[in-house]
Design a protein around this ligand. Sequence first.
Ligand code: SF4
Length: 415
Amino acid sequence: MSDDYYVCTGCALLCDDISVKVEDEKLTAVHAACRKGVAFMKGCSHPMEATINGETADVESAIKEASNILKKAEHPLIFGHANSSSAAQFKAIELARRTNGYLDDTSSFCQGPLIEAIMEDKLKTCTLDDVRHKADVIIFWGSDPASAHPRHMSRYSYFPRGKERQRGWEEDRTVIAIDVRKSDTAEICGKNGLYQIPVKGDAEFMDALVSALSGKVPKTSYDFDKKRLLELASIMKKAKFGVIFAGLGMVYSLEDNEPLYRLMEKLNSVSNFHVIPMSGHYNMVGFNKNLFGETGYINRVKFEGEEIKHGPEYSVVEALRKKDIDAALVIGADPYSSLPRSIVRHLEDIPLIVIDPCQTLTSTKADVTIPCGLVGVESGGTAVRMDGVEVELKQIVESDRLSDEDVMTKILEGL
Ligand code: SF4
């Protein structure tokens, strides 16, 4: 195995302790990654090929065709980015600027509201390293790392010993799941660790917790054991360093962030609590951070000359629903797999370009497909972990595929 350690880009944990075996410029063994990470790093079962209108093409011709499509478009959509290097994301921002395009990413329909609140300093956050070293109360709210981020609990949140948590998980940490179901993570939290709430019951449960933390009798319209709710409030109040890992279960349940703001404000008046959104794709937070730095917004923007428009009407979902776009470039995402058919249908009526290391459902519908190297294996770069920490990704094998950044640069040159 290698003496160097590499980073797995299988999810937004970006585990940086991976050793590998390389034979004939192929990854033949991956050590320390979870099964999901090993499968991801070993590459695609169906690598992407360069095509134009379904016919095999050389990469340069496919790139030239992509530039021509974008040059002719008046309102293209540049979408994806969650599985792209930060350098490619900056090129995508430039591309959207130069083409008066819509620019959006997958956070637009998942963790966007929480990531935005953190970037605007409306929610207190911390790093995963802080969690490992300090956290004594860990709450998985609508999140299931045992399934989605397999090494989360062993590397950071529950099992490791930390500088201020030397006695280990058995004595030093309390772990709780608040969820609508008994997830794999809830199983690990033990008999009394699951607080099961009804679907869409999160906002009420947050307000009941605020009441309990204020010394009042908590009330919910659904039948929830008040004694258990008071016990939970007491655990949270006594925390020296608490963290809520917010999953999509919570995000999709809340109509806005207000109940969470109320809970966090109360918690931080009596205790010390932080929120980390459980982002899935390895560099979604990177895109949000990079776009925020360039425009002041994390997603859902439309460029018009010098003007930057922002709002729900500029989201990928609304742009597709209203048929406002006349071409689309998808990089590092698969909207046909993640959005309803009724939304993505418009992509069939306009020229569609897909850039990806692997074939996807979306690439089967594309007019132009362009392969790129798998970031973190065939090309290097940087990405941003779910907690906002920037991580360097080293290239592991030599590849004749262009990096995602190089593909974007060439498309820009062809405009
Ligand atoms: S937890 Fe995520 S980053 Fe870590 S090895 Fe597994 S897939 Fe890769």
